[in-house]
Design a protein around this ligand. Structure first.
Ligand SMILES: Cc1cc2nc3c(=O)[nH]c(=O)nc-3n(C[C@H](O)[C@H](O)[C@H](O)COP(=O)(O)OP(=O)(O)OC[C@H]3O[C@@H](n4cnc5c(N)ncnc54)[C@H](O)[C@@H]3O)c2cc1C
Length: 430
């Protein structure tokens, strides 16, 4: 049941919002977690499941390394199987130019004492026997791992409830209310909750929620497709990202396969709002995006028609959405896997699904309080790598809210960087 008041209201029950609620509840905070559908039903359950430290923007690395330590204990702390495997993450290059780009990230690893190194083609063949392809080398971090996205956020949501958080599902936050420059309440589809602190952890919906208090968050959503194969004998526990296919093998023997760097972008009415900052990035990475004008635009136009239920209640109206997978991408991923492992010709596809990734113009998240209104925090814009960050983000946000500070430098993640034009340099990620 929806309480009339809470010390902290977290909007969005993905891995990020659930972790924030859990960490606050562990510290005996009075916290309410609102989710418009089921816990973890959007991006957080559709990720590949890579828990990667390597290749990130330097501003994220210290936090992600602390996050990795949380992951190592998470399964035991939650008391549930989340398929955690710590066998490293490998990014493969097919040519010298790409390998040189990967080498360019090594100074970041050295700065933070991360166990990343460059492997030769032979070392990769020794690490993953049976692997084929024009491998020039790769970047490998043995302490990276992977876990099962369908299991993690719901398990964290349950842990938050056990610690005393109130978790209300199928309850969309419709707007944030402000009084005298300070957050005062959240209006939901089930009533109003009074609160002095709101955390917007609404994934791809954060842009719309920000608008309810007059803030402009530059954020787009791109659609990525994942396929799960039929089960086969153990090949490798390493999480691999190669040019033709990214994959990880689950403990049960199936593979999650995808094409890294291939996304569909559906033009919607939101595409015409606050996306100017993405233009430079889009032009540079044109080959990675498949622009689509079609069903999503029609659905979206119907949603914004004056007087429509969807326009009045946009969040409550869009729950448990099943984004359309790109089957061409799924088959291409399978082809990539079979080419890389010729022994896997009999492996087929068991299921195909898609997820909408929320992204900021510099692919760095937005974390921390905003200047105005006071009491409003954001933890959003994880740009395709927030599954791994989720648990540590929960801890950091709890520290910010309860202690007023965090041991990490969050300057590059501040909301105001967009207005200031002070964005991170995408060249620092590989
Ligand atoms: C195909 C794919 C592959 C990926 N692979 C990886 C990977 O391997 N490793 C990695 O680290 N990351 C990966 N990611 C990215 C990762 O999944 C996301 O960065 C992460 O899940 C973001 O978590 P979140 O909690 O911010 O968002 P979400 O999981 O989207 O959660 C936000 C929640 O807020 C709820 N919500 C929204 N508006 C409201 C409202 N008004 N009221 C109440 N609730 C609301 C939504 O229903 C949703 O459940 C991948 C993503 C996709 C789609």
């Amino acid at each position: 049941m929806l309480p009339a008041e809470a010390d902290v209201v977290v909007i969005g029950g993905g891995i990020v919002g659930s972790s924030i609620a859990w960490e606050i509840a562990k510290r005996k905070g009075n916290v309410l977690l609102l989710e418009k559908g089921q816990i973890g039903s959007e991006q957080s359950s559709r990720a590949w499941g890579f828990v990667r430290q390597q290749g990130r923007d330097p501003s994220e690395v210290p936090m992600m390394m602390a996050g990795n330590r949380i992951w190592q204990e998470l399964q035991a702390e939650l008391g549930e199987d989340i398929e955690w495997v710590q066998a490293g993450n490998l990014k493969i290059a097919y040519d010298e130019q790409r390998l040189e780009e990967l080498r360019g990230w090594l100074p970041v690893a050295r700065e933070f004492n991360l166990d990343t190194s460059i492997l030769t083609a032979q070392q990769i063949r020794d690490l993953i026997p049976g692997i084929h392809g024009p491998i020039a080398g790769g970047m490998f971090t043995p302490s990276d791992g992977h876990a099962e996205p369908t299991k993690v956020a719901p398990a964290i949501g349950r842990a938050a409830e056990r610690e005393g958080a109130t978790v209300v599902t199928y309850c969309a936050a419709e707007r944030i209310e402000v009084s005298g420059g300070h957050v005062s309440a959240v209006v939901t589809e089930q009533g109003t909750v009074h609160t002095p602190v709101v955390v917007c952890a609404a994934g791809g919906w954060s842009k719309k929620l920000a608008r309810t208090v007059g803030l402009t968050l530059p954020q787009i959503q791109v659609r990525n497709t994942v396929a799960e194969t039929t089960s086969t004998s153990p090949i490798t526990q390493v999480g691999v990202w190669a040019p033709d296919v990214a994959f990880r093998q689950r403990p049960g023997g199936t593979f999650y396969i995808a094409r890294g760097g291939r996304s569909d972008y559906d033009i919607t009415t939101e595409s015409f709002r606050g996306t100017r900052m993405f233009a430079a990035n889009y032009l540079k990475n044109r080959g990675m995006f498949n622009l689509r004008v079609g069903g999503e635009l029609v659905k979206d136009v119907l949603r914004v028609l004056p007087g429509s239920e969807a326009r009045e209640h946009p969040f409550a109206h869009t729950v448990d959405v099943e984004p359309e997978p790109n089957f061409e991408t799924a088959w291409a991923s399978l082809e990539g896997l079979r080419t890389m492992f010729p022994t896997l010709q009999d492996v087929g596809i068991k299921r195909v699904f898609a997820g909408l990734i929320d992204s900021t113009p510099d692919a760095v998240p937005v974390m921390g309080p905003v200047d105005q209104p006071r009491g409003l925090y954001f933890a959003t814009g994880f740009s395709g790598h927030g599954f791994a960050l989720g648990p540590i983000v929960g801890r950091v946000m709890a520290e910010l809210i309860l202690d007023g500070s965090s041991p990490y430098d969050l300057h590059h993640m501040r909301f105001s960087r967009f207005d200031e034009g002070d964005l991170a340099d995408p060249h620092k990620m590989v």
